[in-house]
Design a protein around this ligand. Structure first.
Ligand SMILES: [Zn+2]
Length: 319
């Protein structure tokens, strides 16, 4: 039986239920925790976060993957308390959002050291929290091109994924060929990798969707809700219907099984104001009604949010 690490302990993969694969309890750039302007009392963080997770649970959400990673505000003791209070399974990640958010200690480390760090967090625990990571995060640094440090982190992630059976999610799906080459060199099947943010506004025209899909990779439509229709949209925003039709093209082309969907929302951002009016509950309040209205049946919605995440967390038998 496949078991998946949540911050409160392992659960059977069948227990994941409705899963959002890429979210953030609170994401900030390294160092923001030292900036007095942004200090948040625990009470504020709880009050911003608990209602969103409770609403997610009430809407039918069961599992929440926190894609925050090392150096960006990950806080496992806090996640444990949130999970306990709200009944939402929270899966923490090891790894880095991108090479440019890895602090010097890690940026200077060898690939073997990084792989060991990831494996330790996946099998022993994160710090002294006792909570283990359940997924690995990697990403492309700013500049739309893989840096040598990004590539080192991808290689360490591939080794940790092979050693533990857990999957990898990426921040950005651009410049994917060097990543695919590394995964091939390390012998990691591409079905273990979700190339994320293929749907965001800044990536359009820069993602080799066919290259990723034909190599067996998965595509993340995981920034749902960052709509240019918001009052103060972020630079990576996109027109709501454009993103939705992009997903619909994948579904109509029979690519349902290679797609994972999420909102990438911050419950309580760290060191930045966040994007007002965007929460994980966009999935229930906007996206799923839109899918139904466009004739997507319940079985397909179930595949997107229940079957595909469970399949992604199940170690591959491919070589
Ligand atoms: Zn994210």
């Amino acid at each position: 039986m496949t078991r998946v690490n949540t911050v409160l302990g392992p659960i059977a993969v069948e227990e994941l239920g409705f899963t959002s694969i890429h979210e953030h309890i609170g994401y900030g750039m390294p160092g923001s925790e030292l900036d007095t302007r942004w200090w948040k009392d625990p009470e504020v963080r709880y009050s911003e976060t608990v209602p969103k997770l409770r609403a997610y649970r009430e809407n039918g959400g069961n599992t929440y993957v926190d894609a925050t990673g090392i150096c960006n505000g990950r806080d496992v003791d806090y996640y444990k308390s949130l999970s306990d209070k709200t009944g939402v399974n929270i899966i923490a990640c090891t790894g880095f959002v991108g090479g440019d958010t890895a602090l010097k200690h890690f940026a200077d480390a060898a690939v073997e050291y990084l792989a060991e760090q990831f494996i330790h967090e996946l099998t022993v625990g994160i710090g002294r929290t006792g909570g283990k990571a359940g997924i690995i995060k990697v990403g492309v640094s700013r500049g739309f091109k893989m840096t040598p440090l990004d590539l080192k982190i991808y290689r360490a992630a591939a080794r940790a994924a092979l050693a533990t059976g857990v999957p990898i999610i990426t921040h950005l799906a651009i410049d994917s060929q060097p990543a695919i080459d590394i995964f091939h060199e390390e012998g990691l099947p591409l079905s273990r990798v979700l190339f994320g943010h293929a749907d965001d506004g800044v990536s359009q025209g820069k993602v080799d969707e066919e290259g990723i899909l034909s190599a067996g990779g998965r595509i993340g439509f995981d920034t749902f809700g960052y709509d240019l229709e918001l009052p103060d949209p972020p630079f990576w925003g996109r027109h709501r219907d454009e993103r939705f039709q992009h997903l619909m093209r994948f579904l109509r082309a029979g690519r349902v099984d290679q797609v994972l969907v999420a909102a990438d929302a911050n419950c309580s951002p760290l060191g930045w104001p966040g994007v007002k009016g965007h929460t994980i509950n966009y999935l229930f309040e906007q996206l799923i009604p839109d899918l139904r209205q466009d004739g997507i049946d319940e079985a397909t919605i179930h595949r997107l949010f229940v079957t595909n995440p469970a399949d992604f967390f199940t170690p591959s038998k491919e070589k």
